[in-house]
Design a protein around this ligand. Sequence first.
Ligand code: FES
Length: 221
Amino acid sequence: MEKTVQATIQLDGETVNFATGETIYEIASRADKFIPTLCYDPRLQPFGACRLCVVELKGSKNPVASCTLKATPNMEVTTTSERIEKFRKTLLELVTSENPTIAVSPLRSYASQELSLLVERYAADTQRFAGEHSGHSRLDDKNPFLLRDYDLCISCYRCVRVCAEQEGDYAISVMNRGFHTQITTEFNGILKDSACTFCGQCVQTCPTGALGDKKALRFAE
Ligand code: FES
């Protein structure tokens, strides 16, 4: 009879089982470990953009992104350390250099408080790297459903990915790179003229409130 092999890793010194294909982030979440994330959404393919989810991996000189790293037997992972927390705080400070307004109404979207809660938790200095920022709001898009306040965009691409991966609409995309990065529609138009079905998935996954539910906001802002 075939023997069942239990695959395990060492997570913060504890032995934890894992299933084939599980990432370190998924295993750590199951074990109730806190790892901050910004570009992660459990419904989407891992993206590895924000690097906030970094952990220490024995044998690796540099911290690794836990949301993209698949577990292999006997890995030794540390989810928090002085070095890791310093990395996370600096990364948050870099992200918020892009985002002049941290506090937005929670009515903008389900995930809209994710960035502000992390800034608070890490006491991140949002002015440390203040300067250029990418993404410009499209307040000229007068559709009655989705607020496009891209001045708050941190380029996590969750909106673009959810539109493609969950809805199959591919209505929004990314234009340019670096400080010129802009979430846009085909021909940089308004949503009504795009493939957008106004399903609202992009709004609900946005971690900064750069996208908002106009119907909810009518009663709040
Ligand atoms: S959550 Fe892992 S890189 Fe963003």
